[in-house]
Design a protein around this ligand. Structure first.
Ligand code: SF4
Ligand code: SF4
Ligand code: FES
Length: 328
């Protein structure tokens, strides 16, 4: 049964990259369970204001063109029914452009940075050194299955729009690029796996992710970028030939300190991670001013104030049990 209700749509509008955004209110009649957000936008454009700007193409969650923020979360406008995105207490449907990319007009963003970041992971299977026949290069079902989740990506940008690291870091390539990085790395036809692992171990790639889970939450096609990032990290950590990066040292030091004292002793942490246990003088000097400021403002306990935590023995036993289980 069709139930038509009045819906208030609050649309963020912007005439150019540097203009101030404003919100415009529209009222439409629609069945919330049968009308997608994209249908609503098209209705508004056809019947009320032909000047509103948004991207769309397939209307079927395939092309990735129609990603935008809908009631505070990025997603595909053609995939979301109005009833699905409006909670019981929501009085209006708020539609905004994706974040972390500059607006060109209304809901249309400039995706240059998104594509440039994708290019940084070299997103093509390289077969230069392989003797590949001119006929098909067959993969087993198991080899193909490893690529499945990442290969689903439709490059819509929803994950990038919600990424906390992308919001504050220019160097971070983003979840979409790292999902693609894993897709190529896991492909048995690619002949540059070692080189890729080294590259993704550098700053700007997997170790910059803060594990906020937003990308997994919003991805419309179950790529689960954070899971792909974790898979790349596992490959890096399993590679004995790679020199230990600051990010890896950060991870190892956290575990070592909890094993030693049951918690993280900040005074040792900086020295071991940034100072590489007194081997990196430049790193040590770089954290010295921060250390002084922390001591002066009472944020850094003196070394003698650190006691082993009461749960240190249990914490150590837990970590050792996990390490033992992993090495089985
Ligand atoms: S990983 Fe998902 S959310 Fe990110 S670009 Fe690909 S399809 Fe879109
Ligand atoms: S989990 Fe990492 S990559 Fe995904 S949105 Fe958060 S910071 Fe970005
Ligand atoms: S219009 Fe193609 S994914 Fe929405």
């Amino acid at each position: 049964m069709n139930i038509t209700v009045n819906i208030t749509v609050k649309l963020r509008r912007q005439t150019s990259r540097h203009s101030e955004p404003t919100y415009q209110i529209f009222h439409i009649e629609a069945d919330p369970d049968r009308t997608t957000v994209l249908d609503a936008l098209i209705k508004i454009q056809n019947e009320q204001d032909g000047s509103i700007g948004f991207r769309r193409n397939c209307r079927n969650a395939i092309c990735g063109s129609c990603s935008m923020r809908i009631n505070g979360q990025s997603g595909l406008a053609c995939q979301k029914q109005i009833g699905e995105v409006m909670g019981e207490n929501d009085t209006e449907l708020v539609i905004e452009p994706m974040q972390n990319l500059p607006v060109i007009k209304d809901l249309i963003v400039d995706m240059t940075k998104f594509w440039d970041n994708l290019a940084k992971v070299d997103p093509y299977v390289s077969t230069a050194s392989r003797q590949i026949s001119k006929t098909e290069f067959l993969q087993t079902p198991e080899q193909r299955a490893k690529l499945q989740a990442a290969a689903n990506c439709i490059l819509c940008g929803s994950c990038y729009s919600e990424c906390n690291t992308a919001a504050i870091s220019d160097r971070f390539v983003g979840p979409h690029a790292l999902a693609k990085a894993y897709r190529i790395m896991a492909d048995n036809r690619d002949d540059r796996t070692e080189e890729r692992i080294q590259k993704y171990n550098e700053s700007g790639f997997v170790w910059d992710c803060t594990r906020c889970y937003n990308c997994n939450e919003v991805c419309p096609v179950e790529v689960q970028p954070l899971d792909r990032i974790s898979q790349i990290k596992h490959e890096i950590l399993a590679n004995p030939d790679l020199p230990e990066s600051t990010a890896q040292r950060h991870r190892h030091t956290m575990v070592d300190l909890v094993k030693e004292d049951g918690w993280i002793d900040e005074s040792k942490f900086g020295v071991r991670v940034v100072g590489d246990n007194f081997r990196d003088l430049k790193g040590l000097l770089s954290i010295f001013p921060l250390g002084i400021r922390m001591v002066l403002s009472g944020k850094m306990p003196y070394p003698w104030q650190f006691q082993k935590s009461e749960g240190a023995i249990e914490a150590r036993a837990l970590i050792e049990a996990i390490e033992k289980a992993k090495n089985r």
